[in-house]
Write a protein that binds this ligand. Structure first.
Ligand SMILES: [Zn+2]
Ligand SMILES: [Zn+2]
Length: 238
């Protein structure tokens, strides 16, 4: 049956279209190698940026010292570069069939996060309804459905109440923070009080969006807010 399938619908790498065997998890070996090389090494658990573990002070990198970060910890699949950035961009632009491969990477990050056992709710970072309508889906929500976790539930009671300009258009961290200030709220009757929540998104750049979401969840009574992202971009943006 498998070989018949292979004959009529030969499996190709979802990234470069080279032919592969069906057991290769949708990517050819060279694309897997490129993807895994984006996983990088040590990173700061407060901001997700690359940092040697010897540079950490109280669990945070020099750049995080003294900054107001509302989420407690972050886990990432890799840095926003090469194959990983290409796949995330394609995933956002309609190639939702990449969800299994990206989901595989997100699950790996989740298992290595150190907060795996504490999560009670997974919360996809919400899009404004207008953006969701024009794109057709929220990529964070597609991703969150791929997370393998026995007891935590997906919770969509965090909503975006204000339409904001696309974050990548703006340069500074301060401008990004202003852009999303007050953009989120929780639905009436939410269950975040005294719960540990894990925000899920595709990319973290300066962290302004995740920070604002975490702030909103903490104000709603959440005990701890973690963040899980596929990639951390802007290694040098502060
Ligand atoms: Zn390939
Ligand atoms: Zn840091």
């Amino acid at each position: 049956m498998q070989s018949l399938n292979q004959l009529f619908w030969p499996a190709v790498c979802i990234n470069c279209k080279r032919s592969i065997c069906e057991t290769d998890r949708s990517l050819c070996k060279s694309c897997w190698d490129e993807l895994l090389s984006c996983a990088g090494a040590d990173y700061c658990r407060r901001c997700g940026r690359d940092v040697s573990k010897y540079a950490l002070l109280g669990g945070a990198c020099p750049d995080c010292q003294g900054k107001e970060i509302h989420f407690d910890q972050i886990s990432r699949s890799g840095v926003y570069a090469d194959a990983l950035s290409k796949m995330i961009l394609a995933f956002k632009k309609g190639r939702t069939e990449l969800d299994s491969t990206l989901g595989f990477l997100a699950n790996a990050a989740l298992q290595g996060s150190g907060f795996y056992d504490d999560i009670e709710f997974f919360v996809p970072v919400p899009l404004h309804w207008f953006r969701r309508l024009t794109r057709g889906y929220n990529q964070a929500q597609v991703l969150v459905k791929k997370l393998k976790y026995p007891s935590a539930k997906i919770n969509t009671d965090l909503v975006r109440i204000r339409y904001t300009k696309s974050q990548p258009m703006m340069a500074t961290a301060a401008a990004r923070a202003r852009n999303v200030a007050g953009a989120f709220a929780v639905r009436r009757g939410h269950q975040f009080t005294d719960r540990n929540v894990c925000l899920v998104d595709d990319i973290k750049t300066t962290g302004a969006t995740l920070n604002e979401c975490a702030k909103t969840l903490k104000e709603a009574g959440a005990s701890k807010v973690f963040a899980l992202v596929l990639a951390v971009a802007g290694q040098n943006v502060s």
